[in-house]
Design a protein around this ligand. Structure first.
Ligand SMILES: NC(=O)C1=CN([C@@H]2O[C@H](COP(=O)(O)OP(=O)(O)OC[C@H]3O[C@@H](n4cnc5c(N)ncnc54)[C@H](OP(=O)(O)O)[C@@H]3O)[C@@H](O)[C@H]2O)C=CC1
Ligand SMILES: O=C(O)C1=N[C@H](C(=O)O)C[C@H](O)C1
Length: 266
């Protein structure tokens, strides 16, 4: 039995992860790591007095009392790094769904994982369709290197650009020579109108009620346009990748950034 502790369990993705793990044979959620609700429990929907899994704000106590194997984080960009470093110190394997980790933080996590000989999977997006969208975009970028990424999310998302858009841009950077796009000497009359810039490639973030998680990658070339688009309409779309990550983190080679490294190796 793989024993999992979830950080962020009260949130939208935490609840999704809880449902996915509890519904899967061979794995179970044994604890919630949280800065609130010490001594209380979580029943899948709400914080309750009894009848759920326990909340802990002390990792020492959590590990002693529930002996988990895997630390699963879906919290906030400003919290995830500290959580992961603490969990590695406590000899846990790590799965991260939280967005917003910088390259410097990723390097530090990799080093800490090596030091403690633990495995880490960082999954910018758990949806299989989204992983394919990112890989297909990388393939297309080789042939059509003028690119704009438009990511669209619900209006409660706190970070921009999304982890998925950042990862997409990084995959594309592996095959695309940096170059300026658009007209020479182009001017923004309104600051931000052309979006964020990574080596000349543009990223635009849309936040609106009614959206969940969507991305389209536009490839322009003389007389043609290719659009690669993915939509998550429901958080169900993340469950397969969540379960896969929890299973595989026990056996992967220490540090994996992006589920494509697991899916496309099988
Ligand atoms: N990889 C993927 O496929 C996906 C990743 N995500 C990412 O997951 C993250 C969470 O998203 P989402 O669930 O929508 O956000 P939510 O705001 O719904 O959930 C975050 C939760 O984390 C809690 N939290 C804050 N600080 C801590 C802490 N120190 N310890 C434990 N819990 C804490 C918050 O509690 P409180 O509000 O009380 O502070 C909140 O309940 C985001 O970074 C998002 O981008 C989302 C969907 C898919
Ligand atoms: O906040 C979200 O909702 C999502 N966050 C992740 C991201 O930043 O890419 C994954 C997915 O897009 C949903």
């Amino acid at each position: 039995m793989i024993k999992v502790v979830i950080a962020g369990i009260r949130g939208r993705m935490g609840k999704t992860a809880f449902e996915a793990i509890q519904a899967t044979e061979g794995m179970e959620v044994v604890a919630a790591y949280d800065y609130k609700h010490e001594g209380k429990q979580f029943d899948g929907a709400d914080v309750v007095e009894t009848g759920g899994i326990p909340f802990y704000s002390s990792m020492d106590q959590l590990v002693q009392e529930t002996t988990p194997d895997v630390f699963f984080d879906v919290t906030r960009p400003n919290v995830v790094f500290e959580n992961v470093m603490e969990a590695l110190k406590h000899q846990l394997h790590i799965v991260v769904g939280t967005s917003g980790l910088t390259e410097a933080s990723l390097d530090q996590i990799r080093a800490q994982a090596e030091q403690y000989n633990k495995n880490v999977i960082i999954a910018p997006n758990f949806s299989i369709g989204a992983v394919l969208m990112m890989k297909f975009s990388q393939m297309a970028a080789k042939f059509m290197p003028d690119i704009e990424i438009i990511e669209m999310h619900h209006n409660q998302k706190v970070d921009a650009p999304s982890g998925t858009a950042t990862k997409t841009a990084q995959l594309i950077q592996e095959v695309r020579e940096p170059h300026t796009q658009g007209a020479l000497g182009e001017v923004e009359d309104l600051k931000g109108a052309r979006g964020a810039d990574i080596e000349g490639m543009k990223i635009h973030s849309v936040r609106l009620h009614g959206l969940l998680a969507h991305q389209q990658v536009l490839f322009g070339s003389a007389g043609e346009l290719l659009t690669i688009r993915h939509d998550s309409f429901d958080r169900e779309s993340f469950k397969q990748g969540i379960v896969l990550s929890v299973e595989r983190v026990l056996e992967v080679d220490q540090f994996v950034y992006g589920l494509e490294q697991i899916l496309l190796q099988d």
